[in-house]
Design a protein around this ligand. Sequence first.
Ligand code: DGL
Length: 273
Amino acid sequence: MDIDRNAPVGVFDSGVGGLTVAREIMRNLPAEKIVYFGDTARVPYGNKSRETVIRYSRQIIRFLREQKVKAIVVACNTASAFALDAIRDDLDIPILGVIEPGAKVAAAQTRNKRVGVIGTLGTVGSGIHREYLKKYDPDIQVFAKACPLFVPLVEEGWLHDPVTVEVASRYLKELQDKNVDTLILGCTHYPLIRSTIRNIMGEGVCLVNPAYETALELGRLLEEKNLLSTGTQQEEFPYRFYVSDLADEFKAFASSILPYDVEMTQKIDIEKY
Ligand code: DGL
């Protein structure tokens, strides 16, 4: 199949969190156009079953294919953990999740071979980081901790609030006690409270941001497949945003974390797909 290298990249997440990944793609691959889908009607994915997350992801892939994207980034950690293998089989364009790029860098960074992972209940329960980390280095010990309260705190905008600091201290205590020297921020929202996590874990712990690593990996993948855009981003709307519910709330959150104001979002009926 001939893929148009100047077509947009499709990026999807359970809601707004995947914008942390879109933001890194915008920064690191500025010539790439993006079609973003946030499943705001069905968020969160973090406490849903594998079967449900696979079904949702398949619907979104159908929608993104209709938008004629050249590649897909599964920006959601939970969807990457549960659905990536299942949806990869259905596809004839490149697809990338956020778990492997983060695990790869963590395996390369750790010195004491003690790596921490934080994420949703689904991501942590899947054990997928352990699988990847052990593949890179069987001697690595993995300590995972689900931090389900982080997502609502971030969406509330309490990035530096004392409540968030208290919650983070309690969640992270276990990982501090395990003496991890590397910590994977295994959920879309966590890079937004990176400084709080950094203050608690201390400067000696390397924080891995899978959003950033995935953007770099996407660049390598597109280059390898000869799919890097040759465009100069002159288009009026290089970034298009779609949601399954409440476009206005999405717009407000998006504008607070992206380097520009999001003017246009469109609501679509994802259950049709
Ligand atoms: N986007 C999800 C993730 O990265 C977090 C929010 C949710 O639970 O849907 O796992």
